[in-house]
Design a protein around this ligand. Structure first.
Ligand SMILES: Cc1ncc(CO)c(N)n1
Length: 235
């Protein structure tokens, strides 16, 4: 077990973000134990499950990027606006490029990738996030995306610490991207922003942020599970 697999363990993260992480602790720990991630770390994950995941994640990322566009639109100052604009661009070019390149290796064309039919969990997850973002403030946008960025960074670092995980010719790149310092900086920025935005908010609004954080934390777990089972629609 790596030191990153359980607690928040990151001294840089405090305040309301640490509180959010603590309140969703059980579901975050369940992520680390999920067979999709156990097998990804061990290098034994069957490639058909990984491809299924990549394709669903690609269509997920299109809407996730939209969340950053909404973050930019809802920001109160130019600096924050620019930061979300860069994150939007980074998601569309760097992160999604990882998926495009993997798919090229697997013989899935870009057109096929982009026209992937979203699974029920993917539709449910992105619809929820976008609804909360469209109806809410920047704080609601951040609370909804925080588990995505932050849990991937935590997962990336935990998997990097699994002996031999980086020797795998296929999964190494995935682990490297999500455990990278660049990716970590995004997560850290968002936790800091969450802390600033939560300051002085009434209890009712803080409860709403907690609910959003917990809901997308649960969706993160459901996403791993959906991919592992290659679960689409009933018919
Ligand atoms: C489902 C999901 N959550 C978070 C991330 C991190 O960007 C991702 N790629 N996919």
């Amino acid at each position: 077990m790596s030191r990153n697999q359980t607690g928040t363990a990151d001294a840089r993260i405090g305040g309301f973000s640490a509180e959010l992480r603590e309140s969703a602790k059980e579901i975050w720990e369940a992520n680390h134990r999920h067979p999709f991630l156990k097998e990804l770390g061990a290098g034994t994950l069957p490639t058909d499950k990984f491809i299924f995941y990549l394709r669903q994640d690609y269509v997920y990322l299109i809407d996730y990027a939209r969340m950053f566009a909404l973050g930019s639109a809802k920001a109160d100052d130019v600096e924050t606006m620019a930061w979300f604009a860069r994150l939007l661009e980074g998601t569309l070019s760097t992160e999604m490029e990882l998926h495009r390149q993997y798919c090229e290796r697997f013989g899935v064309s870009r057109r096929e990738l982009e026209s992937t039919e979203p699974a029920s969990v993917t539709v449910s997850y992105t619809s929820y996030m976008l609804r909360e973002a469209y109806n809410g403030t920047l704080a609601n946008v951040v609370a909804s995306v925080l588990p995505c960025t932050w849990s991937y960074w935590e997962i990336g670092r935990a998997l990097r610490d699994v002996p031999g995980s980086l020797d795998h010719e296929l999964y190494r790149e995935w682990i490297e991207m999500y455990s990278s310092d660049e990716f970590g900086e995004l997560a850290l920025y968002l936790t800091g922003l969450m802390n600033r935005l939560a300051e002085g908010l009434p209890e009712r609004e803080l409860r709403k942020l907690k609910e959003q954080f917990l809901t997308t934390s649960r969706y993160e777990y459901m996403f791993w599970d959906m991919a592992y089972k290659k679960e689409m629609w009933p018919n």
